[in-house]
Design a protein around this ligand. Structure first.
Ligand code: ZN
Ligand code: ZN
Ligand code: ZN
Length: 90
């Protein structure tokens, strides 16, 4: 896996955490809907993206300090680091 930037977080991801369930764990609780899903690479929670009304993945990254998410969308194979605004394919 090669990061396309100087981000130090992406290069520490040795194996990618896949989504346990294809659903935003927070939106499911409140009955809300989402657009795309992201899986936190620190704790494994799957949450919704910035195109979704609740933006749970971004809020989780800011509140928990967990920097890297992977796309949970079928066929998408990329990681994103919030603090560095950096993407990497895998
Ligand atoms: Zn980073
Ligand atoms: Zn959500
Ligand atoms: Zn997390």
């Amino acid at each position: 896996m090669t990061a396309k930037s100087s981000c130090a977080h992406l290069s520490t991801i040795a194996s990618v955490n896949m989504a346990r369930e294809y659903a935003c764990e927070e939106c499911v609780k409140t009955g809300d809907s989402w657009v795309h899903l992201r899986t936190c690479q620190t704790c494994g929670v799957t949450l919704c993206c910035d195109s979704s009304p609740n933006r749970h993945a971004t809020r989780h990254a800011q509140m928990s300090g967990h920097p890297v998410v992977a796309s949970a969308e079928p066929g998408e194979r990329w990681l994103y680091c919030y603090p560095d605004d950096a993407f990497a394919d895998y």
